[in-house]
Design a protein around this ligand. Structure first.
Ligand SMILES: [Zn+2]
Length: 56
């Protein structure tokens, strides 16, 4: 795989880039957290639309 920070070619199972110190585990966790936040916002929008539909 390629390091997204410094574009160095790394082993597929590398967890930290030896050149720039980019942490793949932290980036995966951050991505998962962002997904959860996006999902909660998506749910809130759906509930808001549903409540609007109920009221109207
Ligand atoms: Zn790197």
């Amino acid at each position: 795989m390629i390091c997204p920070h410094c574009k160095k070619e790394l082993a597929d199972n590398a967890q930290v880039c030896p050149q720039c110190g980019y942490n793949f585990l932290a980036s995966v966790q951050k991505k998962g957290c962002g997904c959860t936040v996006a999902f909660i916002i998506f749910l809130a929008v759906i509930v808001g639309v549903f409540i609007n539909w109920l009221i109207s």
